[in-house]
Design a protein around this ligand. Structure first.
Ligand SMILES: *Cc1c(COP(=O)(O)O)cnc(C)c1O
Length: 370
């Protein structure tokens, strides 16, 4: 058996003629940075998200960094997020000079626990970043109610197309940040990211920040201190193709997830989907105390599995020098020991899902015997 954890090449081949045509169009246009493709993608992606506007940037990390800066976050401020996330979320806060404050998660959705957020607020809290982890929306109404004095910036890097109470994620805070890293539900063939939102002033600030504070009327004059974080035309053209397939691909992920739910052994904790949520299964994450055994047995049988994430941010070597403030994180620490991500991508087949589920069943049986 050979079922890799992820398979990007088959994803390209499934859309090869459309992607090749888009790439060729850009190559022949003679315009490679911030042109028509980026502008068109920004309009199309904003419409998809139900947002008033979108600014394409170089990565999801930059999207978070620039969104925070647009909200005026800087040294002396605190920004609350979760420890159970991609390190990018916390790295972006540190890039502004603010202090990340890490709170615990809900054990079923693995997203920010509203009660933990309430306990972490201080007069220095300037912003809150809920992460729609694995493709499942955080509990935005509860979070917004608790954080009503702060900016709320949604980290949607794993949740393109996910919904909360019937509306797309990204519309529940002041700004929303996306990554188009190749493995994401909407992935480029290189780096990319975007900030979406409904407040024209905040979006304009992000637009200035992404290119040294220049305005379209006055290039080479910096009105505010910015950075270089542009989305390039090739990636934008590829993303326009992929956006057209996003809903169909998310539907495939949901079908494969339902099949896993049905085929996995009872002892495995499956992902849950709150009744008000539409999960897009960026990752299909199970939980079991014998996780390490399970992963090793799957590897022996040719099944790739990942861990998202093995070391919570507050326990990582780079963050041991007092850069963070942490609240108690028992749910996060248990998740780090027990979660396992099974293969999940639109070109995975139902037969492969059944084979992975059977391999999990076999691995748990021999765990019980040893
Ligand atoms: C991928 C990811 C990011 C960062 O995106 P990059 O494009 O890799 O910089 C941020 N937050 C979360 C939750 C992610 O999964």
């Amino acid at each position: 058996m050979n079922i890799p954890f992820n398979e990007l090449r088959s994803g390209y081949l499934a859309q090869q003629s459309e992607i090749d045509a888009a790439v060729r169009r850009v190559l022949e246009s003679g315009w490679y940075i911030l042109g028509q493709e980026t502008a068109a993608f920004e309009v199309e992606f904003a419409a998809y998200c139900g947002a008033a506007g979108c600014v394409g940037v170089n990565s999801g990390t930059d999207a978070l960094h620039l969104a925070l800066r647009a909200c005026g976050v800087g040294p002396g401020d605190e920004v609350i997020t979760v420890a159970h996330t991609a390190v990018a979320t916390v790295a972006a806060i540190r890039m502004t000079g603010a202090t990340p404050v890490l709170v615990d998660i809900d054990p079923n959705t693995y997203t920010m626990a509203p009660a933990a957020l309430a306990a972490a607020l201080t007069p220095a809290t300037r912003a809150v970043i809920p992460v729609h982890l694995y493709g499942h929306p955080a509990d935005m109404d509860a979070i917004r109610t608790i954080a009503r004095e702060c900016f709320v910036i949604e980290d949607c890097a794993q949740a393109h197309g996910a919904q909360y109470k019937g509306r797309p994620v990204g519309g529940f805070g002041d700004l929303a940040c996306y990554s188009f890293y190749p493995t994401k539900n909407l992935g480029a063939l290189g780096d990319g990211g975007a900030v979406t939102g409904n407040d024209p002033e905040l979006l304009e600030k992000v637009r200035l920040l992404r290119e040294y504070g220049w305005t379209p009327q006055e290039r080479y004059v910096s009105h505010i201190e910015g950075v270089n974080s542009r989305l390039d035309e090739l990636q934008a053209a590829i993303l326009r193709v992929r956006l057209r397939h996003l809903d169909a691909n998310n539907a495939v992920r949901r079908r494969l997830a339902a099949l896993y739910d049905e085929a996995l052994p009872a002892a495995v904790k499956r992902p849950s989907e709150r009744p008000d949520a539409h999960h897009v299964y960026h990752l299909y994450v199970i939980q079991h105390a014998a996780r390490d055994h399970l992963r090793a047995r799957l590897a022996e049988q040719g099944v790739g599995a990942g861990i998202h994430y093995p070391v919570p941010v507050h326990l990582q070597p780079a963050y041991q020098a007092g850069q963070l403030r942490c609240l108690p994180l028992p749910v996060t620490e248990q998740a780090a020991r027990e979660v396992l991500s099974l293969p999940m991508y639109p070109t995975l087949t139902e037969t492969q899902v059944r084979a992975v589920a059977a391999a999990v069943t076999g691995a748990l049986q021999d765990a019980a015997q040893t």
